[in-house]
Design a protein around this ligand. Structure first.
Ligand code: BYC
Length: 315
């Protein structure tokens, strides 16, 4: 570290220690900048790819009301992706490079979106379990040490909590319907339960980033802490709904004050994250095609901006 950097590093450490926010203009260690860009990019990509599994059902929604709700939810996800890309840009990340990172497979997005959506009950279960897991993970990120990320998360969490409730309400309606509808809800729950637990990332002992990210206040809890919090929150909701969570080992542990649950299949998680889940190739191909289809819009916008700058220069 150079003599010039030493007081800057000290100021950075003090800001973190006092739980104040790091802002784009502040000096920060290279590793901090890279870690925030990596996590925010992963999050932004998840929101953008996350539009696909539910988007699959927009044209086949069972009523106008359900269609309007689903359209609004998927649009919210696009908005979340855009806030988050903007937050990454405040650290010097380039939007085009971020998109390239996603479609080339260099950067990750949440494993959960590599599973197919087979029935309309999946829309409800994604709202209940996937948005439920996202809220558990993201509410503490509203206190993340990087200011623009923390502020983006406040709005995102408000919208996620509406998403979670719409999913649960959809499932309550289906559970009051026919036996075939109840079976659809149970089947969707069976398919999405374990992948939802995988959303929190690898177990703490196998998570290379958690310790450093927590020391820097980027993350506030470990992956396993949040996974446990999600299980504790969700079991009573499943009981109220009348569905069975597909885990015979799930039971209340009075001594720990938490639910015990069975082992997550980490081989499946690693395969999905490595690109070999059921829908990885389809999701990326779709995103790549959408990006290529939109190139004329980007070119037109750039040409317009260049012309406006030239005109301003002539004045
Ligand atoms: N899937 O050391 P770790 C949503 C990667 S979208 C894929 O624990 P970290 C929604 C991880 O990136 C919700 N990859 O990492 C949208 C790292 O790889 P790299 C998405 C995963 O960063 C539409 C490596 O594994 N939420 O709300 O400390 C509809 C080692 O992991 C996963 C977020 O993204 C995974 N599940 O912690 C509905 C929240 N888990 O980057 C809902 C923000 C881990 O070194 N992100 N990896 O190549 C985070 O909080 C953290 O990034 C994680 C991982 C907890 C996910």
């Amino acid at each position: 570290m150079t003599a010039v950097e030493e007081p800057l590093q000290e100021h950075f450490q003090e800001t973190i220690a006092h739980d104040h926010r790091i802002e784009p203009r502040d000096w920060m260690p290279d590793g901090y900048r890279k870690t925030v860009i990596r996590q925010v990019a992963q999050h932004a990509h998840s929101e953008i790819i996350g539009m696909q599994p539910e988007g699959n059902w927009i044209t086949r929604a069972p009523s106008l009301r359900r269609k309007a709700i689903l359209l609004a939810k998927v649009q919210d996800e696009a908005g979340h992706g855009l806030y988050l890309y903007s937050a990454a840009e405040t650290l010097g990340a380039d939007r085009e490079e971020l998109t390239e990172g996603l479609i080339s497979g260099r950067q990750k997005y949440s494993s959960i979106f590599n599973y197919p959506t087979l029935t309309y009950a999946d829309v409800g279960v994604i709202g209940w379990l996937v948005d439920g897991a996202a809220i558990c993970n993201q509410v503490p990120l509203c206190r993340s040490s990087y200011g623009p990320y923390a502020r983006a998360m406040i709005r995102i969490c408000k919208e996620e909590s509406f998403h979670q409730r719409q999913g649960y309400e959809l499932l309550l309606t289906m559970m009051r319907g026919t036996q075939a509808q109840r079976d659809m809800v149970q089947d969707a729950t069976n398919r999405f339960w374990w992948p939802s637990l995988m959303m929190f990332g690898p177990p703490d002992e196998a998570s290379p980033n958690t310790a450093r990210s927590m020391a820097w206040g980027i993350k506030r809890h470990t992956n396993d802490e949040l996974r446990q919090r999600f299980v504790d929150m969700t079991v009573p909701q499943a009981e109220k709904l009348g569905v069975t969570l597909p885990d015979p080992a799930l039971r209340w542990n009075a001594e720990r004050g938490h639910y015990d649950f069975g082992p997550v299949d980490w081989d499946e998680f690693n395969a999905v994250v490595a690109g070999n889940g059921p829908c990885n190739a389809q999701r990326i191909a779709r995103r790549r095609a959408a990006h290529e289809d939109g190139s004329w819009v980007r070119e037109a916008a750039m040409a317009h901006a260049a012309k406006a700058a030239r005109t301003a220069g002539e004045d």
